[in-house]
Each structure stands twice: as C-alpha cells, then as structure tokens.
Design a protein around this ligand. Structure first.
Ligand code: HGY
Ligand code: MN
Ligand code: MN
Length: 434
C-alpha cells in the first residue's frame, strides 16, 4: 500500500484522548494543572508518558537528565548499504542505521497552578506524529524522537533537560539554581537523578538533525489577527536575578517613620521603577517582579529585608545588556533612597536565538499545503529550542491562545487549533526527515 505522505493527518480523537488523560494528572480542578518540575505530579505525568510510548509500540528512552523520549528508529532505504549496528548478517529486519535524530519536543512540567496546554500539547502532538509515521510504515533516513525535557519552566533551574542534552548546562546553574538548591536536591532525589548523571546526558553534536516544537502562543496576536499558525522567527533572551533590599527590623509602632530603614520601600519603589524603565526606554522588552519575600514578615515589624525575584527578557542581545545595566542602576538608586543595602544574585542567562530560516520555510509550506493561514513573529516566552541554537536547526510553531491566557488555569486553546498545529508539525517533520 503506497501512502500519499502529503495526505497524512494526525488522529485527532486519539490525540485528544491522550491530552485529556494527561490533563487529569496534577489537575487543580479549575482547568489548570500544577506539575512543577520533579514533583510527584510531574513524575506521575512522566509515568503516564512511558505507558503511552510503550502502548504505541515505540522505543522508550530516559536519559540521565531525566528527559523522557519515544523513539522511532530510522530505516535503511531499499538498496542502501547500511552498517548494521551489531546485527548478524543482513537481516530482513530494518536496520537501525547510525542515523541522526530529528527531535520533536516540549515539556510535561508546568508552572505552579498553571495551564494544561503549556508544554503538554507539544509532547502529545510529538507522540502522535511518531504514531502516524510508524503505523503508516514510512521509512525515514533519520530517527524521530518525541521528547519531554526536564524542568523547562525553571521552577528549579530552567531549560535543565534540553541544556544538559545539548551539553550547554552551566555547572553553576545547579550549584545556585533559581528555584533553590534544596528544592533541586529533593527533586533530583524523587526522580532518581544525580548531578553527575545530568551532565552525562550530552548527545554528540552531530547526532541531532534538528529540533521542532509545537507550542501555544501564550499571547493574543494570533487570536487578534484571526490567523491559524504562528511561525516563530526568534526566541527572546531571559535573565533572572534575586535582589535583596536590606534594612533593619524595628518596632512598627514606636519607631518614627523618619527613623526607619524599611526594606519594603526600596523593593516596592524598584518594582515600579522597573516598569517605567522598560515601558519608557525598552518598549519591545518585558520585566517581571514575580515574588517578594518580606523578612521576618509580620504586621508589627518593620521589614528588615525583602528578597525580590526579577526576570527580564529582550529579543536583542545588545539591548539586553543595556536593559540589565539600567535595571541594576535603578535597584541601587532605590536602595540608596531608603538607606538600604542592596545584594544581587544573577541566575542562568539565555541569549536571544534566531530560528532556522529553512525550517520556517518548511513550516510555511506545510501551512499552505494544509490551507492554514500563518504569520511570523518572535516568541516572548522562552523554550527548550534555545538550548540547540548553533547545534542543529531549530523551529517552532504556535497555535492561538484564547484571550492570550497562559501560566494560569484559564489557559485555553481550541481543539481544532491544536489539531491544525499537530498536522503542520507532522507534515513538516515528514518533509525534513524524508
Ligand atoms: O517562562 C517562560 O517563558 C516559559 O514558559 N518557560
Ligand atoms: Mn512552555
Ligand atoms: Mn511556560
């Protein structure tokens, strides 16, 4: 039976069943999920993933960074002399060539009380692509690998699994992870991982043919424009700091306002100043103060210290440095204004990355073949593909987010849009791997 490859489509009902089952794992009951990296619910999702892979008759693999994969090995093309890998004689079985691998991935971990589509859609779609290729007996020159990367969200480190696989993990980022060293150690223990093993997950650079990812947009652009598919042109760079504004604990009642070294004032003034700086001088960047811990933290004690979690992002490397300098200068200024000491700790930095123009074109061809409208823009969220920049071609597509919502239980993408994205992923993987 010859299969017209361009006519192949994913099995929507099967993918929906997978996605719906996955959405129950770590469900917060309000449409969202909470599956923070290496938590029990995240590990339960990985157990589910393994059963899906094995039930689909695909090879299961987990590496020493905890990345979970389904693998569909490459097949020797008829008449091609293959180097058998350990098989005696020229068996009729397809030979597993020492081929390179096209990775199709995303992540099963979520942010705390997040949405059920962020990452999860990309993993179930990747799995569905391998199922379709397998059940149609399509022979590809490369291995196809659907992969769920460890700690994409940075609850512990950030892009941990993909950076480890790419050989780009900075040892410092595990020594001083943005999610806290103790949390990382406990997570690794729950998952049966160890630091040394994580660094051993590196793959040979020439073993990767490329990286593709389907993801929800997590913004309003596609919905506003009424367009089916976003072809990602670039992914922003990201930097995170912990800033500590240090004052002095005092009695909240008997200490004159003029006598206080109130840490809350410096931290609060900085949060407002950061917004002004970005909106005033860096309009295509963003900054976020996602957490402030007041220490000791009581009604009647003037805050001695406030630890503030700052994250900022830029699509442009040079502008990034200027934004970093402007924000740090402002933090110093606000600390000085209220007689506070400032301490800063910088966590992992990811530079902005361009997506492969070749893959962008192949995505566009697939959209056209499928009669889907498409546009191209940079991603304001970071993604695992950044770990592979300069190692293999990387490409991403987005599908619309209803009201742009994400990292919240109201995160939603219409199922037809999910199916559109998965079909573009399937057709593009076949074009690139064929
Ligand atoms: O934060 C992000 O950009 C992504 O969702 N990890
Ligand atoms: Mn994501
Ligand atoms: Mn996310």
């Amino acid at each position: 039976m010859t299969v017209l490859i361009s006519s192949l489509r994913i099995n929507s009902a099967r993918m929906l069943e997978s996605f719906s089952t996955l959405s129950l794992i770590g469900s917060t009951g309000d449409g969202g999920v909470s599956r923070v990296s290496l938590s029990e619910s995240h590990l339960a999702a990985r157990t589910w993933f393994r059963s899906e892979v094995e039930n689909a008759g695909l090879e299961f693999h987990v590496d020493s960074a905890g990345n979970h994969s389904a693998i569909l090995p490459a097949f020797a093309l008829a008449g091609e002399v293959a180097q058998p890998t350990g098989e005696i004689g020229l068996s009729q079985k397809p030979l597993l060539l020492r081929a390179s691998t096209l990775l199709i991935g995303s992540h099963l971990d979520s942010v705390l009380n997040g949405g059920r589509f962020d990452g999860a859609l990309g993993v179930v779609a990747a799995l569905e692509v391998l199922r379709i290729v397998k059940e149609n007996g399509i022979r590809l020159r490369v291995n196809l690998e659907a992969i769920d990367f460890t700690d994409e969200e940075g609850t512990l480190v950030g892009l941990l699994g993909s950076a480890a696989l790419a050989g780009r993990l900075n040892p410092e980022s595990l020594k001083k992870p943005r999610g806290g060293r103790q949390n990382l150690v406990e997570g690794m223990k729950r998952a049966g991982l160890d630091e040394e093993g994580i660094f051993k997950a590196t793959r040979p650079k020439d073993s990767l043919a490329g990286y593709l990812e389907l993801h929800i947009e997590q913004g309003k652009r596609l919905e506003r424009m009424g367009i089916n598919i976003g072809i990602v042109s670039a992914i922003v760079g990201i930097r995170s700091y912990r800033l500590s504004f240090i004052g002095r604990a005092d009695h909240a009642g008997s200490t004159l306002m003029t006598d206080r070294a109130d840490a809350s004032l410096g931290a609060s003034a900085f949060a407002l100043a950061a917004r002004e700086i970005v909106m005033g001088s860096f309009p295509n960047c963003v900054a976020n103060v996602g957490k402030m811990d007041f220490i000791p933290g009581a009604f009647n004690i003037v805050p001695a210290r406030v630890d503030l979690c700052l994250e900022f992002r830029s699509p442009d490397a040079e502008q990034f440095e200027n934004l970093d300098a402007a924000l740090m200068a402002s933090a110093k200024e606000q600390a000085g204004r209220f007689g506070l000491e400032l301490r800063s700790e910088c966590f992992e930095k990811h530079v902005p990355n361009l997506m492969s123009s070749g893959i962008q074109k192949t995505f566009a061809d697939s959209c056209n073949d499928l009669g889907l409208t498409h546009t191209s823009f940079a991603s304001g969220a970071i993604h695992d593909g950044q770990s592979f920049d300069g190692i293999c071609p990387i490409g991403m597509i987005f599908v619309p987010s209803v009201d742009g919502a994400s990292h919240a239980p109201r995160e939603l993408t219409k199922w037809d849009d999910c199916v559109n994205g998965a079909n573009v992923l399937l057709q593009t993987a076949l074009k690139l791997a064929g």
